[in-house]
Design a binder for this molecule. Structure first.
Ligand code: NPG
Length: 366
């Protein structure tokens, strides 16, 4: 397989409703796709972060520069997906940008020999249970209405975004109103260890987990917090590699791991984290970053690996988009079907993609 062209396409897709977390409010999915054209097949991937570095340090404009000026120039025409990480290792950080490049090349590669990404990664299921992430609302009433709607659609697990001032009360109300549902919370680093006693108040609600309560670099803090709360601590932002996962597990900083392929540099490292977690008896689940279908498809394949024993954040497309750039992913009895086509198993729909594309740039041409 020979790479002939790499294109970057900026897309902006409106969200069905604003999505508020402790780090900000999103109203549009504003990112770029990479398209890798080879002599035998083409591959697609999506940059998962946003225009502002609020969730993580990477953001759209910076990722475009790092890809154009530092990552793509290291690509050789015959590069394989497994060579992307070693060939770009000298470039510090920028894992989400690296993940985009690796995934687009992996997609082209898998399509060139007709293998679905699920089979390549070691997926053992053909459908995965679907959870939904519910943003911070202006009122408890609005929250209850949203949760009620998602449960009616069939979601099998609810995750509530929390922050100081929006935590114990909303959790209590949702637990009281909906009883025995699978429920968890995500703080996106909004607390400090000084809040340990407050966070302990969440213990009475039998949550599956508290996700990323403290700063991403505070592994010691999470380990100390874990001794003071009964609810399992799950790490997201803190885990950027299999090495991080091994460290956090060894230090008892988490009892669950959220794996987001983009955050860890791609699906190859995501699988290594899965393997480390399984070896330690730590359950994992697949997170989401409001991906379009281009990112959602391969995330579903990853979520079909055996260690993904908790429902993930891979929701139906319509949770976020009235119209997606691919065929929509839909819930069937609370589950989503893992794509089985070659590569990521899903393609952008050309006309729809064109309508949502705001700019295109060629990064490489042979
Ligand atoms: O369903 O794709 C989804 C979103 C799930 O809550 C979700 N994602 O902190 O995990 C998160 C959050 C997020 C959204 C992170 C956008 C980064 C960007």
């Amino acid at each position: 397989m020979k790479i002939e062209r790499i294109e970057l396409l900026h897309v902006a897709i409106p969200l069905v409703s604003p999505f508020r977390t402790s780090f900000g409010t999103m109203t549009t999915k504003d990112t770029f796709l990479l398209r890798v054209v080879t002599d035998v097949a083409e591959g697609w991937a999506e940059f998962a972060a946003d225009p502002e570095p609020l969730y993580c340090s990477e953001f759209v404009a910076a990722a475009e520069i790092v890809l154009a000026d530092h990552l793509v120039p290291r690509v050789t025409p015959e590069i394989t997906s497994a060579q992307v990480a070693p060939l770009t290792e000298a470039i510090k950080g920028h894992k989400l940008a690296k993940a985009t490049l690796e995934t687009a090349i992996l997609d082209a590669e898998l399509r060139s020999y007709g293998m679905p990404i699920g089979a390549f990664l070691g997926a053992t299921k053909d459908r995965v249970p679907s959870g939904v992430s519910v943003g911070i609302k202006d009122s408890i009433k609005a929250l209850i209405e949203d949760v009620e709607g998602y449960l009616a659609e069939g979601y099998l697990r609810i995750k509530l975004k929390i922050e100081p001032g929006w935590d114990v009360e909303p959790v209590r109300e949702v637990r009281q109103r909906f009883g025995d549902i699978l429920l968890q919370v995500d703080a996106n680093t909004a607390y400090t260890l000084a809040d340990a006693e407050h966070l302990r108040r969440l213990d009475e609600f039998d949550l599956l987990l508290i996700e990323q309560p403290l700063a991403e670099d505070d592994i010691r803090g999470h380990s100390l917090l874990a001794q003071r709360v009964r609810t399992p601590i799950c790490l997201d932002e803190s885990i950027t590699s299999a090495k991080d996962a091994a460290t956090a597990i060894a230090l008892d900083a988490c009892r669950v791991v959220n794996i987001k392929p983009a955050r860890v540099g791609g699906y190859l490292e995501a699988r290594r984290i899965h393997d480390v977690a399984v070896a330690h008896g730590i359950p994992v689940w697949c997170g989401g970053m409001l991906e379009t279908g281009v990112g959602r498809g391969p995330n579903l394949a990853l979520a079909a690996l055996p260690g993904f024993v908790l429902p993930g954040d891979v929701s139906a497309s319509k949770r976020y988009f009235a119209e997606d750039i691919t065929e929509p992913f839909e819930l069937v009895d609370g589950y989503q079907i893992v794509p089985t086509g070659p590569g990521i198993g899903i393609d952008p729909i050309p006309g729809t993609l064109r309508r949502f594309t705001t700019a295109t740039r060629t990064l490489y041409s042979s």
